[in-house]
Design a protein around this ligand. Structure first.
Ligand code: G3D
Ligand code: MG
Length: 186
């Protein structure tokens, strides 16, 4: 093939985690660089899209970010929620231990059961800015990420934007690294 064509690649990503861990805040911060103070539980499933520029690739990458909903609605739509999903951010709240435990009990389990077997996932400890209320240590986070074979462990603050862009970029790079696209680009 002679000419180099710019092609578009769409990646469907799931943002998973217990209620109020900061899933919607992470997405909002990433998409619009804004942080809403008022908590509005997501109803149903929210899908937002954003183009990502990666110098390394001659592809235009369009991210489709699937954000869960109230638990019950999600149970009903689980199948379509995960269909075609190639990666996930597994998010817990560093100030609430139960949300950390639910990563293995529920979210990773769901992702493995319902999405592609070669999907990549990153473990996210969110609310890193709430230094005085942290209940899950960085060591525990790192250890869990190794135990569950997560591609990375990243601590974020959706409130201040710390590591938010990095988290999405790392996830995409891991997905691209795992997929056939690398060979096509050679
Ligand atoms: P969810 O989509 O996972 O359910 P939300 O969670 O994004 O709606 O966030 C739930 C609450 O946590 C919101 O607070 C939100 O402002 C807060 N939050 C999210 N991320 C962070 C963070 O990084 N740091 C801090 N300090 N707070 C965060 P409220 O008070 O509105 O319920
Ligand atoms: Mg939400």
């Amino acid at each position: 093939m002679g000419e180099i064509k710019k092609r578009e690649w769409a990646l469907k990503l799931a943002i998973l985690g217990d209620p109020a861990v900061g899933k919607t805040s992470l997405i909002n911060k990433y998409i619009t660089d804004s942080f809403k103070e008022n908590y509005q539980p997501t109803l149903g499933v929210n899908i937002v899209s954003k183009y990502m520029r990666l110098e390394e690739f001659n592809y235009k990458i369009r991210l489709l970010l699937w954000d869960i909903a109230g638990q019950n609605k999600y149970e009903l739509t689980r199948q379509s929620f995960f269909q075609g999903c190639v990666g996930a951010l597994l998010v817990y709240d560093m100030t609430r231990y139960s949300t950390f435990e639910q990563i293995t009990i529920k979210w990773l389990e769901d992702f493995k059961k319902f999405s592609r077997s070669d999907g990549a996932y990153i473990l996210i400890g969110n609310k890193s800015d709430l230094k005085d209320s942290i209940k899950v240590s960085s060591e525990e986070g790192k250890l869990l990420s190794q135990q569950i074979n997560a591609a990375e462990y990243i601590e974020t603050s959706a409130k201040y934007g710390e590591n938010v862009e990095k988290a999405f970029k790392k996830l995409v790079l891991h997905i691209l690294g795992k997929s056939k696209i690398n060979h096509e680009l050679d």
